[in-house]
Design a protein around this ligand. Structure first.
Ligand SMILES: Nc1ncnc2c1ncn2[C@@H]1O[C@H](COP(=O)(O)OP(=O)(O)OP(=O)(O)O)[C@@H](O)[C@H]1O
Length: 280
């Protein structure tokens, strides 16, 4: 098991404690998560990076309340996560906007469901649409927006619900490289203004380092935390920082942790040993 604790006296915002997620595949057990522990402080921005299948989405879905762990616990503000909640906003790679609603109506949608008054809905939507730079497109339908703009609309919608946590699963994965960089800057700008505790999954090592206070590197089979890298660069992060020696060193450290992973841990050995004994 790998894990970490924050250097803070405050109670963590998020506590993931020795979570496993086991799938039965025929007679075999597959550990999508093999005992993961992690804490996030309030308003921390943590990115999670790792090879395909290492359990990043599984961990996030458990935190979102969309999936249950086989063992272990996920807590937010000390309370057990038992299902989805408006306090945890989730943003996926697919924009999930309603195509028949304008940007404004998409942003207001969740607020309407939560029975927020029309005046407040309008005010909140205006604020967050402006924050993501879509004021001129407030009355446009999603089909009139680029991929980056759609994702900005999804971010405005998530913020408008006023969640204390944002869970983002590869939100920029479908965007071209330049738009992606712009979106990273947009997101950080928004986060610096509004804060929130963010867990952000990505396959992109640069993106992971550029955004985060800490980068969690995961490994597969079983899904586990391989390493946690502190990013001691100040905010706001800039293009100059991206080109700095310090950033290059960070990128190398993360890259090395992602691509030079030990193939097995003790737990995998145990599973493999069980499988071998079942076969014989
Ligand atoms: N319902 C399921 N039944 C069996 N195995 C599953 C199920 N859901 C996920 N898995 C397996 O669990 C492992 C972790 O999946 P997960 O989607 O969390 O990985 P990931 O790190 O997010 O991958 P990617 O980066 O490709 O999205 C994978 O090997 C996947 O095949």
């Amino acid at each position: 098991m790998a894990g970490t604790t924050m250097n803070t006296d405050e109670r963590p915002k998020i506590e993931i404690n020795d979570i496993t997620k086991v799938y039965e595949l025929g007679k075999e057990q597959f550990y999508a998560l093999g005992g993961v522990s992690l804490t996030l402080a309030d308003n921390e921005f943590v990115t999670v990076v790792g090879p395909s299948g290492c359990g990043k989405s599984t961990m996030m879905n458990i935190l979102a309340g969309l999936d249950e762990p086989t063992s272990g616990t996920a807590r937010v503000d000390g309370k057990l996560v038992k299902g989805p909640s408006p306090e945890r906003g989730v943003i996926f790679q697919q924009y999930a906007l309603f195509p028949w609603l304008t940007v404004r109506k998409n942003v207001e949608f969740g607020l309407k469901t939560a029975r927020v008054s029309a005046a407040e809905r309008h005010e909140r939507a205006e604020h967050f649409i402006e924050m993501v730079g879509l004021t001129q497109f407030a009355d446009a339908l999603p089909k009139m927006l680029s991929g980056g703009m759609k994702q900005r609309c999804a971010i405005a919608r998530a913020y408008a619900m006023n969640p204390s946590i944002l869970l983002m699963d590869e939100p920029f994965g479908a965007l071209d490289a330049l738009t992606r960089v712009k979106m990273q800057e947009h997101l950080l700008h928004t986060w610096e203004q509004e804060k929130r505790t963010v867990m952000f999954i990505t396959h992109d090592v640069d993106e992971a380092a550029f955004l985060a206070n800490r980068v969690v590197v995961m490994a597969a089979r079983p899904g586990r935390i391989q390493k946690i890298v502190n990013v001691d660069l100040p905010y706001p992060r800039t293009e100059e920082m991206r080109l700095s020696r310090e950033f290059a060193d960070l990128r190398n450290e993360i890259w090395h942790a992602v691509y030079h992973q030990s193939p097995k841990s003790d737990r995998t050995d145990a599973i493999t040993a069980n499988q071998e004994s079942e076969k014989s």
